[in-house]
Design a protein around this ligand. Structure first.
Ligand code: BJ8
Length: 425
């Protein structure tokens, strides 16, 4: 794709040399992780192509839409109500970083002992190798973990970064605060887009986001079958692409894939053998192109059947009620999503433990992997409570911490193999 798009990347002020090196490594990794899987659903072809065109066709599409007046916003958290961006016919892109390639550059302005997701996203901006970062009009950050909320101050030197104050508790007072924050974001988006957000436009935005969440929930349900009709790796790739693709087209493609998966279930056809160890993964999000854990687990013979992460169930948790008739009512409905997403940034967060137990039951998990990115304090600290609850429920649990490098792959593999041996014994 490179040659056809070089002009476009140059116009976006990208570092073409570095970008070549970055893209150069991806096809090999993608082929090894995804294309060599056996018996993949045929309709994964759309998502394979979406990834292949992530820096090409999709960017061209966004730039054409931007020229036609559509605003482009970058986000970093599933709490940011994309419905408001959709309401002004805007484009919303999730920009969390999942690549080791950009971590060293991120470390030039951020402490080394910070989570790789943050260092990677910062590196993508500083390295100028992410066309999405180059194309956005503004960013919407949020006060979740300390690392993220202080990073927005630095990022703001490069791209205008608006910050939402996300409460850290879920009381009525917190819901009121969040409602106010959503109203303030609404004003910001209206100011930037030059459009008023009416009840009609916001209703359409809510519908669009709800439809995408419903399609991902349907995919999650299909994964509960034994044998699993789709691998965890493919499901993860789909979740990661949800942050970049056109939402309506993406939703239609996920539903079409689900049709195929439901037919496979009816025929008893799967990607792994019936009875293969089934694992639930819970913890920090896995931003594109982070596939390490899933690849290690599934090449070891297990299948990942759900992720309680923000690139998993937390992404589609909490449908927004569509019964709001005024903008005020709709904003209240948007604010209520706060109670449905159980990020470790909240205290207390016992609903997350309940969610994990419920998901493990629903998906008939044989075990759980609790995964934290290195230096992620909220998820690392919360791991102890989750581990204890899982043990009390009689569910085997393996706690893993890692970064984006491949250095610990052999060590992780040994621990995963031993865990699977224990489960199957
Ligand atoms: S709702 S998980 S998307 S904040 S991994 S940057 S927490 S140090 S990403 Fe998240 Fe919203 Fe929560 Fe989800 Fe910090 Fe941890 Fe890094 Fe994290």
């Amino acid at each position: 794709m490179s040659e056809a798009y070089r002009e476009m990347w140059r116009a976006l002020d990208m570092d073409l040399e570095k970008h070549d090196v970055f893209l150069g490594g991806l096809p090999g990794a993608f082929s090894e992780v995804f294309l060599q899987q056996e018996n993949r659903p045929a309709r994964m072809a759309y998502f394979d192509n979406a990834l292949a065109e992530a820096h090409g066709g999709r960017i061209k599409e966004i730039l054409d839409q931007k020229k036609a007046g559509r605003p482009v916003a970058g986000t970093f958290c599933v709490f940011v109500p994309e419905e408001l961006i959709f309401a002004v016919d805007g484009i919303s892109i999730g920009l969390c970083g999942g690549a080791q390639f950009t971590v060293p550059t991120g470390e030039q302005v951020l402490p080394r002992n910070l989570c790789p997701l943050i260092k990677s996203l910062m590196g993508f901006k500083l390295d100028r190798i992410c066309p999405y970062f180059q194309a956005v009009d503004f960013l919407i950050g949020e006060t979740t973990c300390d690392g993220k909320k202080k990073t927005w101050e630095i990022l703001n030197e490069y791209v205008p970064t608006y910050v939402m104050e996300l409460p850290q508790k879920k009381t009525e007072a917190d819901l009121t605060l969040w409602e106010g924050e959503i109203n303030r974001l609404k004003e910001e988006i209206e100011r930037r887009s030059g459009q008023a957000i009416t009840a009609e436009k916001l209703a359409a935005g809510i519908k669009k986001a709800n439809a995408r969440r419903a399609a991902l929930a349907r995919l999650y349900r299909a994964r509960q079958a034994d044998p699993a009709p789709i691998s965890g790796k493919d499901a993860l790739l789909i979740s990661q692409l949800a942050f970049f693709d056109d939402p309506e087209r993406f939703t239609a493609q996920v539903n079409s894939l689900c049709d195929e998966l439901e037919e496979r279930i009816a025929r008893g056809e799967g990607v792994a053998r019936k009875g293969a160890p089934r694992l639930l993964v819970t913890g920090t999000p896995m931003a594109l192109p982070y596939w390490k854990l899933h690849h290690l687990v599934e090449t070891a013979g297990a299948v990942i059947i759900a992720e309680e992460t923000c690139t998993g169930t937390r992404y589609f948790a909490g449908q927004v009620a569509e019964d709001g008739l005024t903008v005020e009512e709709q904003v209240k409905n948007l604010a209520r999503r706060l109670t449905a997403i159980n990020c470790a940034c909240f205290t207390p967060n016992k609903e997350r433990v309940e969610d994990i137990l419920r998901l493990a039951r629903e998906a008939k998990a044989d075990g759980v992997i609790y995964f934290s990115l290195q230096f992620c304090q909220p998820f690392s600290v919360e791991g102890r409570l989750v581990e204890k609850a899982l043990q009390e429920a009689g569910l085997p649990v393996l706690r893993l911490e890692s970064d984006y490098s491949e250095e610990d792959a052999a060590q992780l593999k040994t621990r995963i193999d031993a865990f699977l041996e224990m489960i199957t014994a």
